[in-house]
Design a protein around this ligand. Structure first.
Ligand code: CA
Ligand code: CA
Ligand code: CA
Length: 332
């Protein structure tokens, strides 16, 4: 009888299978982002009367209807040794910009239950050597030398992001016998693409400029969900990472008054390299191994400018820069 019970228990364990395996860690590789970020800054709202949000969150501000123009261009990535990784160079679409690499591990903790809803996702992901060239407009800065915008270039040997074990918001069974996990309180956004070129998607080199205001409409339609975390910018709460640089440098074309403490520079006391919001879609196989991952990420900040009736609540952010990461499992 005892033998029979053992056999039944073994059979039950076999049925439960490898999905009841506690932590499953997968090595992954891909890109942190396309060759540029896109952004939406508060100045668009009060000065250019355009809604540059990802998910159409500012239809009306202070009684003004704002047409949706979608996210705009700004930060661009170069190889750290590119001749264009200098603040005197103004990036143009088609230059030698690169998509920064991303690699590391993602771990699914099934909490020793078969139900995927209680699973936790964690990871350690490293962004490869990159230079990030970004316009650093602030009120006090009227422009860079010879009328060029103030610009900073920060570069690094690596940024290592740590994603602490994070609960998921949605789980669905997928065609691989595994699970599609979503982290994002308002769902995983659809990806914006251009109305005249469905293959040119967020974050795009040909997104409008902030100064285009209402006149340039390139994106097909707003996303199904915001990508930003702050409740004044849609409140789609995702994961966050903590991050550390190795080999960090920052130079600007304004005698280092914006490096490294400006609000769009990641190496100082104002904004850290950790991702303020990370909306994830992680697909696993029947063993719980990660097959592929997509992630919308932002760093969010506040610009204090504009009329009183165009302001968000105190201590909230009104601007963001961000992008889209893509990872697949490393094939051994
Ligand atoms: Ca579970
Ligand atoms: Ca940050
Ligand atoms: Ca921030």
């Amino acid at each position: 009888m005892k033998l029979l019970v053992s056999a039944v228990a073994l059979f039950a364990a076999a049925l439960a299978g490898p999905s009841k395996a506690a932590d499953v860690t997968t090595e992954v590789t891909g890109t942190f982002n396309g060759p540029q970020e896109n952004a939406c800054i508060h100045v668009s709202t009060f000065f250019f009367l355009a809604d540059c949000s990802y998910g159409r969150i500012n239809e009306t501000v202070a009684g003004n209807k704002l047409p949706w123009t979608g996210p705009t261009v700004n930060p661009v990535y170069f190889g750290p040794h590119s001749p264009n990784a200098v603040p005197t160079y103004t990036p143009v679409p088609g230059d030698d910009r690169i998509a920064p690499s991303l690699g590391g591990t993602l771990t699914i903790d099934d909490r020793e239950t078969l139900e995927p809803a209680d699973d936790l996702i964690s990871g350690v992901l490293t962004v490869g050597p990159t230079a990030r060239s970004v316009v650093v407009n602030v009120n006090e800065l009227v422009g860079g030398p010879a009328g060029a915008p103030p610009r900073a270039v920060e570069s690094w040997a690596s940024i290592t992001h740590t994603l602490a074990p994070t609960a998921v918001n949605e789980t669905t069974a997928n065609n691989y016998g595994g699970v599609n996990y979503i982290i994002g309180s308002k769902g995983f956004p659809t990806r914006l693409c251009h109305k005249d070129n469905p293959d040119d998607c967020f974050p795009s080199a040909l997104a409008p400029k902030t100064t285009d205001g209402q006149s340039v409409k390139r994106w097909a339609s707003p996303s199904s969900a915001p990508i930003t975390r702050d409740t004044e910018m849609g409140g789609n709460v995702g994961a966050q990472t903590t991050a550390v640089f190795k080999g960090y440098t920052c130079v600007d074309n304004r005698d280092n008054i914006t490096c490294p403490d400006h609000n769009v520079i990641w190496g100082g006391s104002t904004e850290d390299p950790g991702l303020d919001n990370l909306l994830l879609k992680v697909s696993t196989d029947e063993q719980g191994r990660v097959i592929s991952t997509q992630g919308f990420w932002t760093n969010e900040y506040r610009i204090d400018a504009g009329p009183a009736n165009y302001q968000v609540a105190d201590d909230h952010n009104n601007s963001w820069q961000g992008g889209f990461m893509q990872l697949t499992s490393v094939v051994e």
